[in-house]
Design a protein around this ligand. Structure first.
Ligand code: NAP
Length: 328
């Protein structure tokens, strides 16, 4: 169906919760839409063990929620292309999206939903041992540490949640945080403190990751309060120290803040007309699945209005009466 000459109403780049929600709303607004993602739909949700704060669902695995959102979007006919976008070129008439095989796609509006990637410690041994004991994803790699000892680095929600997940698999989890108090939520802090397999080391940083031919063997640590240096034997190191937005595709001239997050107005529109940013790529106070989904909804509705104004027609929002009720 895709011709390189076709001008889509909307191209969504990135299939996390923001992009998939945008896909649902865009298709319901009858926008001719394609979503492009180089990986599995769901984005970072696929790396999350259990999600407990998606309203209406007390507990669901990240993989299950990813599949459910993707199925929801495709049930409205959303086309999902598993390809890599290499460049975005904004234009007055339409915006151009270049793919890795040279294909060019065009659209009146774009939603940038590329998310980001885990921040790295940048210490000796981290890069060299990636995949050999150093990991940024407990769901992906926790399995390899059954009955072993692991170190988790970080003090946010991710480090706390993933420590709890790893404690179900490993014999021992050392949770190392650089400050004297956690950044993550109190409910998670209490659970971590109550989990006997987790030993918390505060004011502690990793200076190096030690390994031999068979992989990671330990970490060199420093206590920032006392200055004491020591070594901790372990089989794996999980790094959860935050997130770096993937702004590599953000077109030149787009406003971003000092941390590389795209700034938008309250419609999620960037400073370039018809280009929107959602999810973890967008500068905002709270980064959660639900706020990414909310961004996706906002951006798709705004894109529908934008396309309507460009095409001179009427956006076809769906409002169906069913069994006496209004179905959105
Ligand atoms: P985060 O909230 O940014 O926390 C990163 C943690 O890593 C902080 O404790 C930080 O220490 C520490 N850190 C940063 N750089 C470091 C370094 N170079 N060396 C050692 N430690 C370092 O990141 P996150 O935990 O990935 O969470 C990201 C966002 O997703 C947050 O908004 C979070 O609330 C959300 N999230 C929510 C849930 C949930 O609600 N279930 C689950 C996961 C994530 P400092 O505290 O000293 O800065």
């Amino acid at each position: 169906m895709t011709s390189t000459q076709e001008v889509y109403d909307l191209i969504i780049i990135g299939g996390g919760p923001g992009g998939l929600t945008a896909g649902i709303y865009a298709k319901r607004a009858a926008l001719n839409t394609v979503l492009i993602d180089k990986g599995l739909p769901g984005g970072q949700m696929n790396n999350t063990a259990i999600i407990e704060n998606w309203p209406g669902t007390a507990s669901i695995t990240g993989a299950e929620l990813s599949v459910a959102m993707a199925q929801h979007a495709t049930s409205y006919g959303l086309e999902i292309k598993q390809r890599e976008v290499t460049a975005i070129e904004p234009g007055l008439d339409h915006h151009l999206v270049r793919l890795d095989d040279g294909e060019k796609m065009r659209a009146l509006s774009l939603i940038l939903s590329a998310g980001g990637s885990p921040r790295k410690l940048g210490v000796p041994g981290e890069h060299e041992n990636y995949g050999k004991g150093v990991s940024f994803c407990a769901v992906c790699d926790g399995f390899f540490f059954r009955n072993k000892t692991v170190v988790v680095v970080g003090g946010g929600d991710t480090a706390l949640e993933e420590s709890l997940y790893l404690a179900k698999i490993a014999t021992k989890v050392y949770l190392l945080h650089r400050r004297d108090r956690f950044r993550g939520g109190m409910i998670l802090q209490k659970r971590v403190q109550a989990q006997e397999k987790i030993e918390i080391l505060l004011n502690t940083v990793v200076r190096a990751i030690k390994s031999d031919d068979s992989g990671v063997r330990g970490v060199a640590t420093e206590n920032l309060a006392s200055g004491e240096k020591s070594e901790l034997a372990c089989d794996g190191v999980f790094v959860f120290i935050g997130f770096k937005p993937d702004s590599s595709l953000v077109p030149a001239g787009t406003k971003m803040n000092a941390d590389g997050y795209v700034t938008t107005d309250d419609k999620c529109e960037t400073c370039i007309s018809g280009i929107f940013a959602v999810g973890d790529l967008r500068a905002k106070h709270v980064k959660q699945i639900i706020t990414a989904a909310a961004d996706g909804c906002t951006a798709a509705q705004a894109a529908a209005r934008y396309v309507e104004s460009r095409r001179g027609g009427v956006a076809q929002f769906e409002f169906e009466f069913e069994k006496g009720g209004l179905v959105f």
